[in-house]
Design a protein around this ligand. Sequence first.
Ligand SMILES: Nc1ncnc2c1ncn2[C@@H]1O[C@H](COP(=O)(O)OP(=O)(O)OP(=O)(O)O)[C@@H](O)[C@H]1O
Ligand SMILES: [Mg+2]
Length: 212
Amino acid sequence: MIQNEIKGIIGKKGYGKTKLTEKEMIFTDKPTIILDPRFQYEENTRRIVFMSVSSFIAWITKRDNYKIFMQYKLELVVRAIDIEDAELLAQTVYKMKKICFVIDEIDMFFDTRTNKKSFFNQLVQYGRHNEIDIIYTCRRPANISRNLTALTDIFYFSRLTEPTDKKYVSDTVSKDAEDIVVNLEKFSFYRIEDEKKEIIKTTAKDLAILSA
Ligand SMILES: Nc1ncnc2c1ncn2[C@@H]1O[C@H](COP(=O)(O)OP(=O)(O)OP(=O)(O)O)[C@@H](O)[C@H]1O
Ligand SMILES: [Mg+2]
């Protein structure tokens, strides 16, 4: 796997984006910070949940905590809904190195209108220098920033049916891709990485590994 990838997981509500994200996070094998606006990530043995960006910052700025986070490759879940809070989190992440940043429902924070100077934009543009992987999910691709689309290395699309979303797929990938995406079954994703295109399915076995 390349060192610093941006992966986008795009699809309808309840079609398995969060589950696939959890699986992808394990593959990155890096300490991970998760921006979780819909409170979908629950605590487990490797995961700590913070109810606000300020409580997360208070924790991570203690040197011992930061060391533990890096050493044990923890997953730190930060629950935030406000754009300002999310931007503060992006600013904090921007200072780090060799981590994975997961943004669930990215279009809540980072869309076609987001300021170019925002830390979200900086992370997407320059995060590679600090070996920051980004995994984002989104329900409607038409809402995401073109800056982000242009820099996404791997797309996972689940079934899309809205006309603007279908158009997005044919514009950014191809008409053939659009035809595949509209016919996908639930929990299947069309994975696109440059020339390599395949349909994958998260299976019951994957889910068992995740909940272990
Ligand atoms: N491959 C699968 N097989 C069976 N059930 C699955 C599979 N993947 C996910 N699920 C289940 O389907 C439900 C929805 O999955 P998930 O939360 O990952 O969807 P989502 O796309 O993130 O939804 P939302 O848009 O609401 O965030 C969950 O209860 C999850 O456990
Ligand atoms: Mg989800």
